[in-house]
Design a protein around this ligand. Structure first.
Ligand code: M6R
Length: 617
């Protein structure tokens, strides 16, 4: 949801900013802009609707002109994607430039006040209001210096923001602030980097400060990094962290798209999620986050899982897992609904938040609400040190590695892996999962990365061929039962996100309560039908579809005959216990969505209107 890059140091700021924006383009990609301080301390701005490549076309002249600057890649909130609405935005006196990620909720009131004072606005953005508010405070009192004016302005706004600001009269200085949107400061040798995540500077430094909520920093080569609280200007000691991220992890590694790379990384990412946790030889699951708080889980009235999108689908499968193996009641809620419906939460509830990015605004707000009401908060995040990871009482990282493709793939299977570990761990501890079953299940779980590897090898080309037949299709149905009902929802979401084909997921038995009306010879139906998991019932559903001439794409176990005989297309996956089948079945569904989208010429890694981390509500 918008990417910010800033730099001051000895290298060419243009290169650092542009390359950094390319790495952050997954966060938003409808427009891009750059501002550099030139040799005369003047601010040079270039910005445009479109991608970073479009920005390069109009801004190459700035290359080699400056050692300090900042840039932005936008995901539109206020105002359509256009040159005018692109960041950086300049103040009326053209001296202050600002880039912003987030939403200023009270921008309208401030805009009215500034308009009455004579300010004018070129864009429809909330950001232009903020940059002019900074000018307003400086105009009001000539004693007010630049960082102070930024602080005054931030105290007047509410909403969510990460900002970086430059001022012509304060050369060599970058001022940053954050509330609700992430911002990292990379600490190099005689250089500083600013970015929405560490990927733009990971090749230059391994040291970073993650700016905390409600903090701002003034950064210059002369005075280093001065961190203050926004509300009362208290000085904060910087906490420098070592980055674990490597450059290789954030590059495509020979794949055409990040999404394909990430699909193929799943044997490794699922293995990495289990590494050090699943100790099959010792017959234990080690999860400090759960173990240290085992009484909370044991005595919980219920577990509430909150999440959005794909993570919500993982949560639904988590419900099946935890209720089956640990027999603890689970409710799964969309974070956006949970936070606004005055939910009943007590200190006997455990709330699990699932979020790949760890920055999703709705999930974050729902968590804060649950925390205020006394619930114990557990996080399942992929991004280390993300905002959600930091406000939870305990949690487990998925360790899937950076996921750059906007459509979540490996993070989803890693979330399922963590939820499986949690369910088995709790079940074993509270006696609902006997030792023999536990041992056999963990041995099977340990082999899941190999099962995924087999599925990738055996289905990739086949699915590629199947995809060719659906390039012009306009609707899809995805059906599954039990554990594979959420897998069907996820399959449908993947397809619609990246191919823009309308797709619906349903529990297979619900089909006859409505969606069956849609079925004719033009409707493809993806049906997940593993042997273990209401197979007989699924057979009946397939017959009902067949009778209405629907085109059946069946995901079945190797050697299946009954469903396969009725299906138009058959994708075979290895047989597993039912609880593992969503992990294995999701892989060919990811491939199907991917290849259909590629054949339709869609931008798979950066689908229209989407962004990787949704930091606005
Ligand atoms: O980072 P999160 O897991 O909190 O993100 C939640 C959703 O925005 C995300 O899963 C979204 O649905 C993805 N685009 C799915 O591919």
């Amino acid at each position: 949801m918008c990417g910010i890059v800033g730099y001051t140091g000895f290298q060419d700021a243009y290169d650092i900013v542009i390359n950094g924006l390319r790495r952050l383009e997954y966060r938003g990609y409808d427009s891009a802009g750059i501002v550099l301080e030139d040799g005369n301390n003047k601010l040079e701005v270039e910005k445009t609707k479109g991608k970073v490549d479009d920005l390069v076309k109009i801004s190459e002249g700035l290359k080699g002109t400056s050692k300090i600057g900042m840039g932005h890649t936008r995901w539109a909130t206020h105002g359509v994607p256009s040159d005018r609405n692109s960041h950086p935005h300049l103040s009326n006196n053209n001296k202050i430039a600002l880039v912003h990620n987030g939403i200023i909720e009270n921008y309208d009131t401030i805009k009215t006040m500034l308009t009455e004072k004579g300010f004018t606005f070129k864009s429809e953005t909330d950001t232009e209001v903020l940059v002019n508010l900074i000018q307003y405070f400086m105009d009001l009192n000539s004693e007010t210096d630049f960082p102070t004016a930024v602080r005054y302005a931030l105290n007047e706004v509410y909403g969510a923001y990460a900002i970086t600001v430059m001022h012509e009269d304060f050369p060599g200085v970058l001022v940053v602030g954050r509330l609700g949107s992430p911002l990292a400061i990379g600490i190099g040798e005689k250089e500083y980097f600013i970015a929405s995540d560490a990927s733009p500077f990971v090749e230059f430094t391994k040291e970073a400060i993650y700016l905390e909520e409600g903090h701002m920093a003034t950064i210059s080569l002369e005075n280093g990094v001065d961190i203050r609280t926004i509300n009362d200007n208290s000085k904060i000691k910087p906490e420098i962290q070592e980055l674990k991220l490597s450059l290789e992890q954030i590059e495509k590694g020979g794949y055409e798209h990040f999404m394909l790379k990430e699909i193929f990384e799943q044997p490794k990412s699922v293995h990495d999620t289990m590494r050090g946790r699943l100790l099959v030889d010792e017959g234990v699951i080690k999860m400090a986050g759960i173990w240290d708080h085992i009484e909370k889980f044991k005595n919980a009235n219920r577990i509430i899982i909150i999440a959005c999108g794909t993570s919500w689908h993982a949560g639904l499968i988590g419900e099946y897992l935890i209720e089956e193996y640990a027999r603890i009641p689970v409710e799964v809620e969309y974070a956006s609904e949970f936070r606004y419906r005055n939910p009943i939460i007590t200190d006997k509830d455990v709330v699990i938040a699932i979020s790949q990015s760890g920055e999703t605004a709705d999930t974050m707000a729902a968590l804060k609400l649950a925390k205020e009401k006394g619930a114990f908060i557990y996080g399942i995040c992929n991004v280390v040190d993300s905002s959600i990871a930091r406000i939870t009482d305990a949690g487990s990282y998925t360790h899937a590695g950076p996921e750059i493709g906007v459509a979540s793939t490996k993070a989803f299977t890693a979330q399922l892996t963590i939820l499986t570990l949690i369910a088995f761990k709790l079940g074993k501890h509270n006696g609902n999962l006997g030792n023999a079953d536990f041992m056999s299940l963990i041995a099977e779980l340990d082999a899941i990365p190999k099962r995924i590897e087999d599925v990738l090898a055996s289905t990739n080309e086949l699915v590629q061929d199947i995809a060719k037949d659906f390039v012009s299709t306009t609707n899809f149905l995805y059906l599954g039962r039990g554990y594979n009902y959420p897998a069907a929802l996820e399959g449908a979401l993947k397809l619609k996100e990246i191919s823009y084909i309308h797709a619906e997921g349903y529990p297979a038995a619900e089909m006859k309560h409505g969606p069956i009306a849609l079925i004719d010879e033009n409707m493809p139906i993806v049906i997940i039908a593993p042997k273990k998991g209401h197979y007989d019932k699924i057979v009946s559903n397939v017959q009902e579809i067949k009778a209405r001439k629907g085109k059946i794409i069946a995901v079945v176990n190797k050697g299946d005959t009954q469903v396969s005989a009725m299906a138009d297309y058959v994708i075979e996956i290895p047989e597993t216990s039912e609880c593992f089948s969503p992990i294995v079945a999701s892989v060919p569904l990811q491939l199907l969505a991917y290849y259909i989208a590629v054949y339709r010429g869609a931008n798979v890694d950066q689908p229209r209107n989407l962004a990787k981390s949704v930091t606005v509500e």
